[in-house]
Design a protein around this ligand. Structure first.
Ligand SMILES: Cc1ncc(COP(=O)(O)O)c(C=O)c1O
Length: 390
């Protein structure tokens, strides 16, 4: 918050999303910030290149376009600074790398997005970091690992394949007490429905690729935080030479303007589809934390302000081949591994390829559904027709 905004009453999220990151008076009255394509920034004289006191110094260090998106994210997350990364994965990896040194231990939730796991197993281990995965629901095991030391702890809730809801306030408080820097992949909830910094988490990370940008047409990541934790992220980000092209930054900013309009719609559609699935005798579990009776519902209700449109289901007594045939016959759901866009998607992840602390039951193959903005009645009809193959 700068001096000009310090006096202002705290705005509600819809107002923030409409007004943050805009300063028409700085751009000849134009409502939106310019899309600044830039490497070189000129200085008035050589002394200026040495003191670097002017606001913009080089394309990679920030532009009015990147500042606008960072301002929006800072207002949403309650953070001092946001770093923009070229992908959601790059946001996860830069945050992790910033918080550990050779010889440190890092604790990572077993349900973490699997390329983040791959970075930890490969890059971090190669540089002498001990990587330990923990079952997010097993508090005793987590506490035991903390006793052995942890420089950082990485959370994700709910998991984006299996949708366990970790008790983030508990895990975070324990990790902080043990001296760890804490961070969470907050992509599922968006900052509208979960604000990690309010729970004491140091860094909130998003694949803005998903809901924040919202249109399945770009990749972008964000890391938001305060103090030393985000300063270290910024330093690692600088050292790695990360940058995001201005068109993708602008398109993400444009996405933020309707985030509060889209999210409740995703939740409403997902609830209707999840409730219909829950009542169908062919369906085993509906792993949608917003659904009463679903795993993690009580914690979701306690800590989250809403739910997005991504969840998974299992089927009763069906083989993987039968379920695959059903998914292949869906007409409105594209077969795709991403989520958070306007369109519905279905996928069948091989969960145990990416687990080590606790295996997912082999006899419960998962179908993950990203519920989009179609009419939910059409989505339900599509599922019903495809499920006739079971
Ligand atoms: C939970 C989660 N985090 C991070 C990412 C990575 O985002 P990106 O594809 O922008 O690298 C994904 C992508 O699917 C994801 O599902």
């Amino acid at each position: 918050m700068d001096d000009e905004t310090a006096h202002r009453p705290k705005r509600r999220v819809a107002t923030t999303l409409t007004h943050a990151g805009r300063d028409p008076s700085a751009f000849h009255g134009f409502i939106n910030p310019p899309v600044v394509h830039a490497s070189t920034v000129l200085y008035p004289n050589v002394k200026g290149t040495r003191t670097r006191t002017q606001r913009y110094t080089y394309g990679r260090s920030g532009t009015p376009t990147t500042d606008a998106l960072c301002d929006v994210m800072n207002e949403l997350e309650g953070s001092e600074k946001t770093v923009l990364a070229p992908t959601g994965l790059a946001a996860c990896t830069v945050a992790l790398a910033s918080a550990v040194n050779a010889g440190d231990r890092v604790l990572i939730t077993d349900n973490v997005y699997h390329p983040t796991r791959s970075f930890a197993d490969g890059f971090l281990r190669r540089f002498g970091v001990e990587v330990v995965y923990f079952d997010p629901l097993d508090h005793a095991a987590f506490d035991r690992e903390l006793e052995k030391g942890a420089a950082a702890a990485f959370f994700e809730a709910p998991g984006s394949l299996t949708f366990e809801v970790a008790d983030i306030p508990y895990l975070n408080a324990r990790a902080k007490a043990a001296g760890a820097t804490t961070m969470i992949d907050n992509t599922w909830a968006t900052p509208l429905y979960f604000r990690p910094l309010e729970h004491g988490v140091d860094l909130s990370i998003h694949a803005a690729t998903k809901y924040i940008a919202g249109h399945s047409d770009l990749l972008l990541g964000t890391v938001s935080g305060n103090g030393e934790a985000i300063a270290k992220v910024r330093k690692t980000w600088d050292d790695w030479g990360e940058n995001v092209g201005p068109d993708d930054v602008y398109a993400t900013l444009r996405g933020t303007r309707t985030l509060h309009v889209r999210m409740p719609h995703f939740e409403r559609n997902a609830r209707l589809v999840a409730e219909w699935l829950d009542a169908d005798p062919r369906v085993g579990k509906v792993l949608y934390p917003a659904l009463p009776g679903a795993p993690g519902h009580a914690l979701w209700k306690r800590d989250f302000d809403g739910a997005s449109g991504l969840f998974a289901i299992t089927f009763k007594g069906r083989t993987e081949d039968e379920i695959m045939k059903m998914v292949d016959s869906l007409e409105l759901f594209g077969i795709g591994a991403s989520w958070g866009g306007f369109e519905s998607l279905a996928t069948m992840p091989v969960v145990n390829k990416f687990r080590s602390a606790k295996a997912w039951p082999d006899d419960e193959p998962l179908v993950r559904l990203n519920i989009g903005l179609e009419d939910p009645a059409d989505l339900i009809e599509d599922l019903d027709r495809a499920m006739a193959h079971l």
